[in-house]
Design a protein around this ligand. Structure first.
Ligand code: ADP
Length: 391
């Protein structure tokens, strides 16, 4: 049985999923190595949720991402039947040049290094994972799938900042991210809600990272993300849209270094920074601390504002779609966001919403409301298979 391994590598965790390749792709198992370099813990489950492996390693045994990949590779080789024919990677930034998934080689990986400063928390780890596989299995085809690709058809008006033009040529542009998630959801809508899939949609990817995407005719036309994955709505620990003057103040008046500002904006802001309680929406919903409630109120307020901007970009709104951890699992947060869309004619059905139905809109709602679970790994596996087959 031929299989594809999908890899999503982060700073201290490695998520992966294995798909069998026949006419279609079927998930066989998924796993995660967490706590790389500190308290490494590997957990692998089959498609029915049964635990296939659970192991805590000494930190010296899994000190970094390449060693984590070796461990996972060794487990697959020893414990899993199947012939690995390719690896698909999530790569956050494809910059201006990579507008579609690509079969990687050493040259392309070096090229993608240029975008490390644009996604400092993700890109280096994505590329380290590819290099680790090249070192071990140079024969194995690897495909890089970019979070930016789905947005690459944005108009010049959308992708420019109002700064001197030469910066655009240098790559200082509004790119947009979470593209693999949006591409998957747009495709899924064609299956489950064909009557609206080609219309004017806002998809809200509300997870630890969070953004909104305006989709028209199945294509992304606007995103709340810009040059980096800091822009737009506030996130678990990222700030979202912020007046650039605040950054000048932090640098010039507070004497913070660029690295300190980066840490503040990526790791100490958002729901975590505002609440002082947690970046986790579940923890905030169950907290008695008024700052937790305030952080959620701010989050919902900003989602409402950005949804208004995207509705303006679309020139109307046929459907609003919830996805990712918060969007898929929290009826409470969905109801709060939907309330911000009432001025557009959206009405949520409380019973359908509580049940987590696909269509959670009331029958008299002028805007359809959907909950569509995302599957970025399957999207990556599809792209990988397509490239293997020369598509
Ligand atoms: P990531 O961006 O890391 O992939 P996820 O899509 O897994 O993130 O989403 C993580 C977020 O989803 C966290 O804020 C978590 O609190 C939230 N979440 C998960 N389940 C629930 C739930 N039942 N209710 C509220 N929030 C939830």
């Amino acid at each position: 049985m031929d299989t594809i391994l999908v890899v999503n590598a982060g700073s201290s965790s490695l998520k992966f999923e294995v798909f069998s390749v026949t006419d279609d792709l079927n998930s066989l198992l998924e796993g995660q190595m967490e706590g790389i370099g500190s308290a490494p813990h590997l957990r692998i489950k089959d498609r029915d949720g049964r635990v296939l492996a659970e192991h805590t390693h000494a930190s010296a045994d899994v000190p970094d991402l390449p060693s984590a990949i070796l461990r996972v590779g060794a487990w697959l080789r020893d414990q899993h039947e199947g012939d690995l024919v390719a690896v698909g990677h999530r790569v956050v930034h494809g910059g201006p040049d990579y507008d579609r998934p690509v079969l990687v080689n050493e040259q392309i990986v070096s090229d993608l290094e240029r975008y490390v400063p644009l996604a400092p928390l993700h890109q280096p780890h994505n590329l380290t994972a590819i290099r680790a596989v090249i070192d071990r299995r140079p024969d194995l085809p690897q495909v890089a799938c970019f979070d930016t690709s789905f947005h690459r058809n944005h108009s010049p008006v959308t992708s420019h900042y109002a700064i001197p033009e030469h910066f655009f040529a240098e790559g200082v542009r509004r790119y947009g991210f979470h593209g693999l998630s949006y591409e998957y959801v747009a495709g899924r809508l064609r299956e489950v809600a064909p009557s609206v899939a080609g219309g004017k949609l806002i998809v809200a990817h509300l997870g630890n990272g969070a953004s909104l995407c305006a989709i028209s005719g199945g294509r992304s036309i606007e995103s709340t993300f810009g040059f980096t994955a800091l822009d737009g709505i506030p996130m678990g620990a990222r700030c979202g849209q912020i007046d650039p003057g605040v950054l000048l103040y932090l640098l010039q008046q507070k004497g913070m270094s660029a690295d300190e500002v980066q840490d503040l904006l990526y790791k100490e802001s958002g729901l975590k920074g505002l609440s002082g309680v947690s970046n986790d929406v579940r923890a905030l919903l169950s907290s008695e601390d008024p700052r937790a409630a305030f952080a959620l109120e701010h989050f919902v307020h900003r989602i409402g504002l950005h949804a208004g901007m995207l509705a303006a970009a679309l020139g109307g709104l046929d459907a609003f779609v919830f996805t990712a951890g918060i969007g898929e699992n929290s009826p409470d947060m969905r109801a709060r966001v939907a309330a911000r869309l009432e001025w557009l004619g959206a009405r949520i059905d409380p019973v359908r919403n509580a049940a987590g139905a696909l269509d959670v809109a009331a029958s008299d709602s002028a805007v359809r409301l959907y909950v569509v679970p995302t599957d970025e790994e399957l999207m990556i596996a599809r792209h990988t298979m397509a490239l293997l087959r020369g598509g």
